[in-house]
Unconditional design. Structure first.
Length: 264
């Protein structure tokens, strides 16, 4: 069985400021994560640019292999920590709210475009992604990617569970007053689908948005091994596939399903 120590970054790091400043904050978080023994760092939604970009979204967008992606690869390899980070991704005329998983050697292992856009602001500036299931193997753990609002749909997490995801990394920009999502919904998603969820949120006010914090690592047995408060924080906790296997044996939701009854 495999144990993977995971760090979750919560805070204003990645606010609406020059990307160089956000990369410096990411470098510091990666350094601290490595010092704590973490092998994976999960950062909030749009961590390289900030969320409240307004009409500057298109101008901040870069291609998947742009200069910021190369800089993150350097940070990951320098500190020996895999990183999940977010940024506006340009692809021809479209801009996506994207996240990427970079391995400890700096290689991009997976890239995901947010499929469920939240509210008029996101729908005005981003194109929804068209591929739900994005996974990669990291240190013996099958990691899946979603972004914020995506995890609030039961179908998305169940699809990951059925596809073998063991750890679902969810960069997030959840706003107040929706504390119910990290407090209740995320642990419920983890339990009902028998997987770990690493939910890394922003904190504090950014432009018109007031972010809720409350980042967490939710475990498949219904517990929450790590929970942040409202301010800046770096959480570190273990993902244990042995614990996951034991929980799946005790709570066989996935094997007891009757999909023939669920058709429309």
């Amino acid at each position: 069985m495999t144990s993977l120590r995971v760090a979750l970054l919560q805070g204003p790091a990645g606010g609406p400021r020059p990307v160089d400043g956000n990369l410096a904050a990411l470098d510091d978080a990666a350094r601290r994560s490595a010092a704590a023994g973490a092998r994976l760092l999960v950062t909030p939604e749009l961590s390289l640019t900030g969320y409240a970009l307004g009409d500057g979204v298109a101008g901040a967008a870069e291609t998947a292999d742009g200069p910021s992606a190369r800089a993150v690869a350097g940070i990951a390899s320098r500190h020996g920590v895999a990183i999940v980070y977010g940024h506006p991704e340009r692809d021809a005329d479209a801009v996506y709210n994207s996240v990427a998983l970079v391995g400890r050697d700096g290689r991009t292992l997976a890239r995901y475009r947010k499929t469920h856009l939240y509210g008029g602001y996101e729908r005005a500036h981003y194109t929804p992604g068209g591929r739900l299931l994005v996974q990669a193997d990291l240190e013996g753990v099958r990691v899946g990617l979603l972004v914020c609002y995506d995890v609030e749909f039961p179908e998305t997490v169940r699809a990951h569970a059925l596809a073998g995801t063991e750890l679902l990394a969810v960069p997030t920009a959840l706003m107040r007053p929706y504390d119910i999502v990290p407090r209740t919904l995320v642990p419920a998603r983890s339990f009902e689908n028998q997987l770990y969820v690493a939910y890394a949120n922003r904190a504090g006010r950014e432009g018109e948005f007031d972010f809720a914090g409350l980042s967490c690592l939710a475990a498949p047995d219904g517990s929450v091994p790590a929970r942040a408060g409202r301010g800046e924080e770096l959480l570190v906790a273990e993902v244990d596939t042995g614990r996951l296997a034991a929980s799946r044996e005790q709570n066989p939701y996935l094997t007891d399903r009757r999909p023939g009854l669920y058709a429309a």
